[in-house]
Design a protein around this ligand. Structure first.
Ligand SMILES: NC(=O)c1ccc[n+]([C@@H]2O[C@H](COP(=O)([O-])OP(=O)(O)OC[C@H]3O[C@@H](n4cnc5c(N)ncnc54)[C@H](OP(=O)(O)O)[C@@H]3O)[C@@H](O)[C@H]2O)c1
Length: 287
């Protein structure tokens, strides 16, 4: 199959490209950086230097390549700029969908999040609404994923992967990741808010599986949503940070998500619980 992987150099993309190549697919992979283009080539992809915020560049790429499938793993989170990230989700997705529809791409698989659901109790299922009333930074994020998901739904087959909080190599939740550093500095507080995690390698595997999945949203999260007051002390211990201070209570939307649909579709995470995954990725010597 010929696949266009938009965002091949991000935390998920780096894990996903080798899986797609190993499965025998021809993978055209985007980056804006000539240096990262070399990494793509080394991993067996064919690099395409494209800025997905540039509509003309995206159309030119799709008209040239005519892929069977587009996998959209674009985010702009390296600088923690939520506004830039939301803009990329809104505008970048629009460009990808419009260009894909023009050249007759059948399937798009796109990255969303499993923590944009409206407040409620218990892990959220895909049938529940997004938190469209959210304001501030959260409002910006939800507006971005909502626009992304609406646009992807215009495809003949649009699969939306609602990922839990990513952990593992290259993420904020790694031994030397951004979250870990905050924890070490004592800046983090553990509430009763519930988090659903997913190991970044399992996130990549879901994108491969989704080449066969029906249209619609799928939560890609592990089996064990957990309160911050449960997972944070263990995390702190593994990275040698002080135990975080406690703050009872949770925001209504901090509820985790159910992976029942992904499981029914056959997704089998190597790390079904953050408990094993954390031990592996946070131990001394891990990246
Ligand atoms: N669900 C989650 O918890 C979640 C999801 C995503 C990210 N994150 C966190 O965010 C952090 C940063 O994410 P990341 O490492 O994936 O990096 P990132 O900076 O968010 O970039 C992701 C991908 O998007 C591409 N990209 C960004 N802007 C683009 C544009 N205008 N045109 C074309 N491509 C563009 C990047 O390509 P180039 O820069 O090579 O052009 C890269 O391949 C991670 O550490 C992770 O923990 C969390």
């Amino acid at each position: 199959m010929k696949i266009l992987l938009a965002g091949a150099t991000g935390a998920i993309g780096r894990q996903l490209l080798p899986l797609l190549v190993a499965a025998g697919h021809e993978v055209v992979s985007t980056t804006r950086s000539p240096d990262r283009a070399r990494l793509i080539a080394a991993a067996g992809g064919r690099p395409a230097l494209v800025d997905c915020l540039d509509r003309a560049e995206v159309f030119e790429l799709l008209r040239k390549e005519h892929p069977d499938v587009v996998i959209h793993q674009l985010t702009a989170l390296s600088a923690r700029d939520l506004e830039a990230n939301s803009r990329l989700r809104i505008e970048g997705t629009r460009h990808l969908v419009d260009a894909s529809l023009e050249v007759g791409v059948e399937r798009m698989i796109a990255q969303s999040i499993a923590f944009a659901y409206a407040p409620g109790s218990g892990p959220a299922t895909e049938d529940e609404p997004l938190h469209l009333e959210a304001t501030g930074a959260r409002g910006l994020t939800v507006a971005g994923v909502h626009a992304l998901e609406q646009a992807v739904a215009e495809m003949p087959i649009g699969v939306v992967l609602r990922y839990g909080v990513l952990y593992g190599p290259g993420t904020w939740y790694a031994r030397h990741g951004l979250f870990t550093e905050g924890l070490r500095r004592g800046e983090v507080v553990a509430s009763d808010g519930v988090t659903s995690f997913v190991h970044v390698a399992d996130a990549a595997r879901a994108a491969v599986d989704a080449l066969e999945w029906p249209a619609g949203p799928v939560n890609v999260v592990d089996d064990e949503p957990a309160a911050e007051s449960t997972w944070m002390p263990l995390y702190a211990k593994l990275v040698g940070a002080p135990a975080p201070a406690r703050r009872p209570g949770r925001e209504g939307w901090q509820r985790g998500a159910s992976n029942q649909r992904a499981r029914e579709l056959g997704w089998q995470p190597v790390y079904p619980s953050w408990r094993e995954g954390f031990r592996e990725v946070l131990s001394p010597g891990s990246r």
